[in-house]
Ligand binder design. Structure first.
Ligand code: NDP
Ligand code: 2IT
Length: 451
């Protein structure tokens, strides 16, 4: 429920951003959490502060023409939504996926603003990407697309202005091509303009691992509040990309057993526990589909594949669920299946993967629930550590970087938990994350005046 005083703010957002359901969903969830903070501090209603938080500072949409391997000209659309710079330069990933549109980029930029605030680091919020589909494209096509994309985007970026990174469909290879083109266009070796770079040209150790590791650390802290741990737990992780792979790695190191993973074609179940080396071989070396895991594992292994049209990965019984693919992938039906199979904790590796109905079901069943803007903040936090290393022309060890990440995740967990308690809903990490993130952004915006 949204408090009466914020209803007009939401109404205005719905009206001005017609046809953008994901953006509506993200704004509604945050505004619904703000009731208790508005009751305590009605001054947050002044100077249209909340209206300004819901309106991106700048939205850039551009044409991306490129030539495919057959010599055909292809046209895609590029986006960058610079959402909020009260706390620092705009910061957030680039997504290359055919589903990308301005509403999706806006929801991601809005979430990113609060996520980045929760990290405690000096980064504002932004997000970008393209409806380009990298699936099946050659390395040459990926490079030409990235170069054309950056040929327009570069004028809006800068280490003090806007610092993109990866997201769905954008990893180390794409960041490399984009950095190369940025460097060429600007004639500057401005390492801090992009994060997620490879180690040999200014990247940070542990950035590749950071989102998956971070979500696992967050869930570990959440489990610990109930005297629980990952040890011996059955875990299901959706997706099989960057976030999912490094969640598997960390969960296993904490003694958990990951029994299922997926991609958009379906899911694999391996009751022996996912073999991490095979997984990396399939996804990182071959850039192949999760179903190919079975080929490497062998037909005698007992592992099996279920097509996406035949069922949901969330039907696989588990103690801990880590949705790490995409928005709204875990529905009310999935939540009911998870609850009836005895799930005790859910941590969002992806951005907004759980529908509002599903969150309601978890809340009612007392399932511990870690929202993405808190639980997956380890990626962007480590991006901020990469910016720090670039600014000081330094390079930290893996241990040092990972221990900073672990510390940051613990701090985010504790901040969300104590904020939820302070505002009368102990254990409600959604409320805690939304209020704690909001307050940091709002205080900075107030100090900076009406801009
Ligand atoms: P990757 O591109 O590495 O992997 C994405 C995975 O999700 C793939 O397995 C992909 O399957 C699956 N997926 C994507 N879209 C869909 C869809 N529409 N339906 C079903 N499955 C889908 O991306 P990341 O691992 O980097 O990102 C995963 C999620 O984590 C995203 O929500 C992203 O916003 C979020 N995130 C990422 C961070 C990072 O640092 N990379 C940081 C914080 C959050 P397929 O190959 O079949 O498309
Ligand atoms: O959603 C996210 O936080 C990311 N895709 C990572 C952003 C970043 O700037 O590292």
């Amino acid at each position: 429920m949204i408090v009466e005083k914020l209803q007009p703010v939401l109404d205005q957002v719905l009206l001005r951003n017609a046809g953008e359901p994901e953006f509506h969903q993200a704004v509604r969830e945050v505004l619904e959490s703000l009731g208790p903070v508005i009751a305590k501090h009605p001054d947050y209603l002044e100077h249209a502060l909340i209206e300004r938080i819901c309106e991106p500072e700048r939205q850039i949409i551009f044409r991306v023409p490129w030539v495919d391997d057959k010599g055909q000209v292809q046209i895609n659309r590029g986006f960058r939504v610079q959402f909020n710079s009260a706390l620092g330069p705009y910061k957030g990933g680039l997504r290359f996926h055919p589903s990308v549109n301005v509403g999706i980029i806006k929801f991601l930029g809005f979430e990113q603003t609060f996520k980045n605030a929760l990290t405690g680091m000096p980064i504002g919020g932004g997000k970008g990407g393209s409806d380009f589909n990298p699936r099946g494209r050659s390395d040459g096509e990926i490079m030409r697309f990235c170069q054309s994309f950056m040929t327009e985007l570069y004028r809006h970026l800068g280490e003090y202005t806007d610092v993109p990174a990866g997201d769905i469909g954008v990893g180390g290879r794409e960041i490399g091509y984009m950095f190369g083109q940025y460097k060429r266009l600007t004639n500057r070796y401005e390492a801090g303009v992009l994060t997620g770079k490879a180690l040999f040209y200014g990247g940070s150790r542990a950035r590749t691992e950071a989102t998956g590791y971070g979500n696992t650390y967050f869930i570990q802290s959440m489990l610990a509040t109930k005297g629980e741990s990952f040890d011996g737990k059955r875990v299901v992780i959706s997706g099989s990309g960057n976030v999912a792979i490094y969640s598997v790695e960390k969960v296993q190191s904490f003694g958990g057993k990951v029994v299922a993973m997926s991609d958009s074609s379906g899911y694999v179940v391996d009751e022996q526990g996912i073999d991490l080396e095979l997984l990396k071989q399939v996804k990182e070396v071959r850039r192949s589909r999760i179903s190919d895991y079975l080929q490497l594992k062998g037909s005698q292994s007992g592992a099996y594949f279920v097509g996406a049209e035949k069922g949901s990965i969330w039907d696989v019984p588990c103690d801990v669920a880590m949705p790490s693919a995409t928005q709204n992938e875990l529905t009310g039906k999935d939540a009911r299946a998870l609850v009836s199979n005895g799930v005790i904790a859910v941590g969002e590796g992806a951005n907004m993967p759980t529908t509002p109905e599903a969150i309601g079901i978890f809340r009612q069943a007392n399932v511990m629930f870690a929202p993405g803007k808190a639980a997956n903040a380890g990626g962007v936090a480590t991006s901020a550590l990469e910016m720090q290393q670039n600014a000081s022309r330094d390079s930290w060890s893996f241990e040092q970087t990972e221990s900073r990440l672990a510390e940051i995740m613990r701090a985010i967990h504790d901040n969300c938990a104590s904020t939820a308690e302070e505002f009368g809903s102990p254990g409600d990490y959604v409320l805690g994350a939304n209020i704690a993130g909001f307050v940091r952004v709002a205080e900075a915006m107030r100090a900076l005046g009406v801009v």
